[in-house]
Ligand binder design. Structure first.
Ligand code: FES
Ligand SMILES: [Fe+2]
Length: 343
């Protein structure tokens, strides 16, 4: 009988460490997968191969040939399919074997034997649906509203951190670090260094916000689940940063493996017409470099934390957002592990 590779049952700890399933995750910038090229990537602890068909459609397959498990990413791009380098077996973007050149008529032909993930391109990035099992239908992906808004002009910034993905997400749910870690930055020097926070529920997630200050520093963040998990936040800009008001960030963090994370930040402002041109010019000439410097502060902090830094903490009121997030992810990891064990 023909076999399709899939990873074995994962424990709740393994799911929590390598990323929640049954949701969309950002995978890489669209520009990483050029026409005619093949790209190998690890995401959620597994190896994948991405390629773009000649019509521009992106495909994402498990990086294992259905014949003897060789990496398809070593293979050849044949327009709409990949040919494995080892013995030439050809697989299409749905994971179906189209041809076994070494043995024409072989019974592998016509069978779907490689896991293929549904993909979509959003805001210059490739997102994929990581189902708990291969049969689960993807949930609809609602694009984060700033990225769907024509009045917004954004730049996608991508980086990778040697830190667990949960540290990266928790960092975003922790506005208070703006007034300390980024105190010397161009945009987060102002405001109080003490605050009270509250959680405000929404129909797609929640706000975690200061009760005593808004529009001065990193004062609020919104966490949303819309098929993909993302945050939206705002940092005020001084007048010297040109038109467009505050600087917005839509953020996503995708596990590469349990100790490494891909970070996606869409840096945006609400600008159209000439203001849009000014924003894009200022960003490229001065602001981008400053923002990377701020991001380096986050990176240094998170990469410096021990992998088990969250095993002996003493949390206080400012950590309510982090606690809320952990409970939600932990419960979901338990549920998913149970579903896998019962399957
Ligand atoms: S392992 Fe790929 S064709 Fe044999
Ligand atoms: Fe930060």
């Amino acid at each position: 009988m023909a076999r399709v590779y899939k990873p074995g049952a994962l424990s709740a700890d393994e799911i929590f460490a390598t990323g929640l399933r049954d949701q969309w995750h950002a995978v890489c910038p669209s520009s990483w997968v050029e026409r005619g090229a093949i790209r190998k990537l690890k995401r959620l602890g597994e190896d994948w191969v991405l390629y773009r068909q000649s019509d521009g459609t992106v495909r994402m397959l498990a990086d294992r040939c259905p014949h003897r498990g060789a990496p398809l990413s070593h293979g050849m791009h044949l327009g709409d399919r990949i040919a494995c380098k080892y013995h030439g077996v050809q697989v299409d973007g749905e994971g179906t074997v189209l041809s076994v050149p070494g043995m024409p008529g072989c019974n592998l032909e016509g069978k779907k034997l490689v896991r293929a993930l549904p993909v979509q391109e959003v805001g210059g990035a490739i997102l994929a649906w990581f189902g708990l099992d291969t049969e689960t239908e993807p949930t609809p992906l609602v694009v984060p509203d700033p990225l769907a808004d024509e009045g917004v002009s954004e730049f996608l910034c991508y980086t990778e951190w040697k830190a667990p993905w949960r540290f990266a997400v928790e960092n975003l749910l922790d506005p208070m670090h703006g007034a300390f870690l980024h105190h010397e930055s161009h945009s987060m020097f102002g405001g109080e260094q003490s605050a009270r926070f509250r959680i405000r529920e929404t129909d797609r997630g929640f706000f975690f916000e200061k009760t005593n200050q808004r529009g001065v520093n990193f004062d609020w963040v919104e966490f949303s689940r819309s098929g993909v998990d993302w945050v939206d936040l705002e940092i005020p800009y001084p007048a010297t940063a040109g038109p467009g008001g505050p600087f917005g960030i839509v953020g996503m963090a995708t596990p590469i493996d349990e100790g490494t994370t891909s970070i996606f930040f869409w840096r945006y402002r609400r600008v159209v017409g000439w203001e849009r041109d000014v924003w894009r010019f200022l960003y490229r000439t001065t602001l981008e470099e400053r923002h990377w410097a701020v991001l380096q502060q986050d990176r240094a902090m998170l990469e410096g934390m021990a992998p088990d830094a969250d095993q002996a903490e003493n949390l206080y009121q400012h950590d309510l957002g982090v606690i809320r997030l952990r409970r939600m992810y932990r419960a979901q990891a338990e549920e998913q592990a149970k579903a896998l064990a019962e399957a």
